[in-house]
Design a protein around this ligand. Structure first.
Ligand SMILES: [Zn+2]
Length: 74
């Protein structure tokens, strides 16, 4: 049985690395709410919370807006 973690219901966008929770099962393809990409993954690692887009970490990860981001998306 796979181990379920509290954040396992979050998906990460492969394009912009944003993390977002998935609403109830729907017929629609899952889209990143930030960039609209459907290229999303549930296999990601590391969580950063970006509050200030001028911070070093935001610049290093090339993040343009505050939010939750995965460090690595597979
Ligand atoms: Zn995205």
């Amino acid at each position: 049985m796979p181990r379920r973690e509290p954040l396992s219901s979050f998906l990460a966008c492969r394009r912009c690395k944003a993390l977002f929770s998935v609403p109830q099962k729907s017929e629609e393809p899952i889209r990143c709410p930030y960039c609209g990409s459907t290229d999303v993954s549930d296999d990601w690692e590391g969580l950063v919370i970006i509050a200030d887009v001028n911070s070093l970490i935001a610049q290093r990860l090339n993040i343009k807006r505050p939010g939750y981001y995965a460090i690595k998306v597979r």
